[in-house]
Ligand binder design. Structure first.
Ligand SMILES: [Zn+2]
Length: 255
């Protein structure tokens, strides 16, 4: 994505958006939103080069400053979600390294996650592995923490809203499980491009709105096929994301 400077008042950049701690008083660092591991290695490398001052103008990956403790506190759940996605896309907890090298490598090095995913909600382990239809029992709490972390980050990065409260609603579902009507509603980000409320002047979203390349149908694409998000702040703040064109998420903060 193209980097846009954030011209808002510096007072807004004072707190960790996750725990509310004053950034000035604690160790902080930059956290990628979305979670960096959800993007391809090629794009992550381009993003790292951009941060060092090299790389192309479109290689910026969105980042927000958060406290160090929160930043590292998310990594285990982020890793968990990555395992879930790889298992689902490969259709197995033990993917063939030939056909799914990345999935095979990640699941192989996360045996504890694989074991946890095989457990049914009643605690019983699956008797047969790799049976069709392939069923997983991901822990919704862990997935939810990653979804909310990224939603908070997107809202802060684009419209400068530090949403310190817990969201009023978090949902995620495979896109394919939405009915055609639900899918239309979900995809209609914002309100047909006719936003009732303009973002705060100087926020990144004011610039994105005029950048037709950046924003298509109300969606900002970080990497095609990997991650896109939209933010609607006309009433409540609603952040939607689509991860790997598979998982649709929606996080809402009512005012
Ligand atoms: Zn924090």
């Amino acid at each position: 994505m193209r980097e846009h400077e954030d011209f808002r008042d510096d007072r807004l950049k004072t707190w960790c958006i996750h725990c509310g701690a004053a950034i000035a008083d604690i160790e902080s660092n930059r956290d990628h939103v979305p979670t960096k591991s959800l993007l391809t290695k090629a794009l992550r490398e381009r993003g790292a080069n951009y941060d060092k001052g090299a790389g192309g103008v479109m290689d910026y990956l969105p980042q927000v400053v958060v406290c160090r403790r929160c930043n590292s506190g998310f990594s285990s759940d982020e890793n968990y979600l990555l395992c879930v996605l790889h298992a689902v896309m490969a259709g197995s907890l033990y993917p063939d390294p030939q056909s799914h090298p990345e999935a095979a490598a990640i699941l192989r090095s996360n045996r504890n996650v694989v074991r946890a995913l095989k457990r049914r909600p009643d605690g019983q382990l699956l008797l047969f592995e790799n049976v069709a239809p392939f069923t997983l029992y991901p822990d919704p709490e862990r997935v939810s923490r990653v979804v909310v972390k990224n939603a908070r980050g997107h809202a802060y990065h684009e419209i400068g809203e530090p949403l310190l409260e817990a969201p009023d609603h978090v949902a995620f579902v495979p896109l394919e499980q939405l009915s055609p009507e639900q899918r239309d509603t979900f995809e209609a980000a914002g309100s047909d491009g006719e936003l009732a409320v303009w973002p705060e002047v100087g926020s990144r979203m004011t610039v994105q709105l005029f950048d037709e390349q950046a924003m298509v149908g109300g969606w900002l694409t970080v990497e095609p096929g990997r991650y896109r998000y939209s933010i609607d702040w006309s009433d409540a703040v609603i952040v939607k994301t689509v991860i790997w064109e598979y998982l649709a998420t929606e996080t809402r903060w009512d005012h």
